[in-house]
Design a protein around this ligand. Structure first.
Ligand SMILES: NC(=O)c1ccc[n+]([C@@H]2O[C@H](COP(=O)([O-])OP(=O)(O)OC[C@H]3O[C@@H](n4cnc5c(N)ncnc54)[C@H](O)[C@@H]3O)[C@@H](O)[C@H]2O)c1
Length: 117
């Protein structure tokens, strides 16, 4: 999967699963805004990836105001957030188990599936 010049936002991206996602997106060529309550953590991630493809944003996902400000900052710096490439399918909720089976089997190119109630 290539994400060249795509703009993604990863919340909780300073460590753990979120950091892993951010690093995978960077490997694939994306520009990644990392939004996390851990300010030193996001700045450390940005320092580890010089070249301007990491935008460190410190904030709390529980704060509507801080999330709004972060989105506005991403749009101001990079124009738009583009996530369509990451969405493999939008499917009805009852199809969820079948999609999880495919995800757990690590089907190639299967990324995010949005289940609609
Ligand atoms: N559904 C599953 O199978 C599954 C499996 C593993 C983990 N999880 C969940 O995924 C999430 C990430 O797991 P992890 O192990 O990477 O956790 P983690 O604690 O290692 O990382 C969480 C990150 O989120 C940041 N964070 C915490 N509260 C925040 C807030 N209010 N605003 C912004 N950032 C905040 C932390 O600073 C940290 O960088 C957790 O909620 C965990 O419970 C789900």
């Amino acid at each position: 999967m290539r994400l060249d010049n795509k703009v993604a936002v990863v919340t909780g991206g300073a460590c753990g699963i979120g950091k892993g996602i951010a690093e995978r997106f960077l490997e694939a060529g994306a520009q990644v805004a990392v939004f996390d309550i851990d300010g030193p953590g996001v700045r450390e991630l940005a320092s580890a990836h010089p070249g301007g493809r990491v935008l460190p944003l410190c904030g709390d996902v529980a704060s509507e105001h801080q999330v709004q400000a972060a989105v506005e900052e991403v749009v101001r710096q990079w124009g738009a957030i583009e996530v369509e490439t990451l969405i493999t399918a939008v499917a009805p909720l009852p199809e969820g188990p079948a999609w999880f089976d495919r995800l757990y089997r690590r089907e190639p190119n299967l990324m995010k599936v949005i289940l609609q109630p």
